[in-house]
Write a protein that binds this ligand. Structure first.
Ligand SMILES: Cc1cc2nc3c(=O)[nH]c(=O)nc-3n(C[C@H](O)[C@H](O)[C@H](O)COP(=O)(O)OP(=O)(O)OC[C@H]3O[C@@H](n4cnc5c(N)ncnc54)[C@H](O)[C@@H]3O)c2cc1C
Length: 400
């Protein structure tokens, strides 16, 4: 315990010494930083903040030090999160490198692959995209057809991926490709990494109902990858792909659990604030009893879910690999988030669902778009129906 407390004191001393000069004092609240070769800067100091933290391995506190992580156990990692929150700072770096391909390389990568890719992830130098879904391979992912032809040290890639989130901003892609057409569809799939900034890769953004274009179609025409970037061997990619989906589902569940709203440096309860503003609270109670009940229920559910995902995150830090239970977090977290957005619309009453014009303020317009975006939560990372199938088969042991 004394060791843990001296770690906290040393960390606080480091943060208070290093950060005010960079971020200003008091530090401004900053949004998520994804890194990359040409990073978007949510705050002018985002990159520098990431670099300072990465020098100490604090962008990936639990990853091994030889790959650029902090090598911390779960108690110390939790202190890092708590101290950043106390200083009202966000995580220094987020993205698919941190949440998906990094943990997968720790599980399946060779030492050379980890040494090449993990330090660049930790330092925020490379932004990653996920190349899984295809026009005819979503839920039935193993039906994928985009091909990888392997000759010597070179791999030639042809075909199409779709719904590739942030492909237009990504530097590298991790993806699955068919290297052999014979046998069962789960066989002959190769998991590989490729540099997206090359002539054979074309990215076309897709516009969503919310008006944003966060994901893209990605076309490959004789694009190239290196055999040294094949993870877990040629034709054995399905095992890696499934393991990565476990990390993805944990990440999505966690977004709406311990890692999400808590990370957003929120004080108080935004649902109560919204109810206070739009419904009123005579005598200190939300005026409408039905809405009051819904606010209470969701607040309790969010609290319970945050504690559960915190417990799961702790066991991951202690070395436990995500299993089919990540599907439970995925389905519960995403449906909880949708319930929350439905409630926020209900609380706004006649001010909900504004799209444009003077009658609505900025927060009301953003709420409409966020509500529409939340519809995708139960599709991305595998739909709710697919999660129910996994839970039925692998958690409850029900027959096919
Ligand atoms: C916001 C968002 C971001 C995404 N980002 C990425 C990304 O970065 N990279 C990437 O590769 N993909 C990404 N996707 C794609 C996502 O993984 C797929 O949309 C998802 O797996 C579903 O595939 P599909 O769209 O082809 O639907 P389909 O598989 O065609 O499913 C259609 C409907 O049928 C149901 N269904 C299908 N099979 C079954 C079954 N066996 N049992 C019961 N019901 C079934 C589904 O639940 C769904 O309701 C993203 C999707 C969204 C919405």
């Amino acid at each position: 315990m004394a060791d843990v407390e001296s770690f906290r004191a040393e960390l606080v001393e480091f943060l208070e010494r290093e950060l005010p000069g960079v971020l200003g004092e008091p530090p401004p609240p900053t949004a998520d930083y994804w890194g990359g070769r040409n990073p978007e800067l949510p705050h002018p100091s985002s990159r520098r903040y990431c670099e300072i933290m990465a020098e100490r391995g604090l962008t990936a506190p639990t990853w091994p030090t030889e790959y650029g992580g902090g090598g911390l156990d779960k108690d110390r990692a939790r202190i890092v999160v708590a101290e950043l929150r106390r200083l009202r700072l966000p995580q220094p770096l987020i993205g698919f490198g941190m949440s998906m391909i990094g943990p997968t390389l720790l599980q399946f990568g060779t030492d050379d692959q980890r040494r090449e890719h993990l330090p660049r992830i930790v330092r925020g130098e490379i932004r990653w995209a996920q190349g899984y879904s295809e026009p005819n391979a979503g839920s039935d992912l193993a039906s994928l057809q985009a091909s990888a032809r392997i000759t010597g040290d070179d791999i030639v890639i042809n075909g199409q991926k779709i719904w590739t989130s942030y492909a237009d901003k990504a530097d590298w892609m991790f993806g699955i490709f068919r290297s052999d057409g014979g046998g069962k569809k789960q066989e002959g799939i190769t998991f590989l990494l490729l540099d997206m900034q090359q002539p054979g890769v074309e990215v076309r953004p897709i516009k969503l109902i919310s008006g944003m274009s966060p994901f893209c179609e990605t076309f490959f025409t004789d694009a190239h990858a290196r055999t040294r970037d094949v993870i877990h061997g040629i034709g054995s990619g399905w095992t890696v792909a499934k393991a990565l989906l476990g990390h993805e589902r944990n990440m999505i569940g966690d977004l709406f659990g311990a890692g999400g709203r808590a990370r957003q440096i929120v004080t108080g309860n935004p649902l109560v604030d919204l109810a206070r503003d739009h419904v009123g609270e005579p005598g200190g109670r939300i005026a409408d009893p039905v809405l009051r009940d819904r606010v209470t229920q969701i607040t309790m559910d969010e609290r319970g879910f945050a504690l559960t995902t915190q417990r799961a995150a702790d066991s991951l830090k202690a070395g436990h690999k995500p299993g089919p239970e990540s599907s439970i977090f995925k389905i519960y977290g995403t449906e909880l988030n949708q319930r929350r957005h439905e409630l926020m619309l209900a609380l706004r009453g006649p001010q909900c669902l504004g799209w444009e014009g003077d009658g609505f303020d900025e927060r009301e317009l953003a709420q409409t778009r966020d509500w529409l975006r939340s519809r995708g939560n139960t599709i991305e990372g595998g739909t709710s129906e697919i999660q129910l199938n996994i839970i039925a088969k692998h958690v409850l042991g029900l027959p096919d």
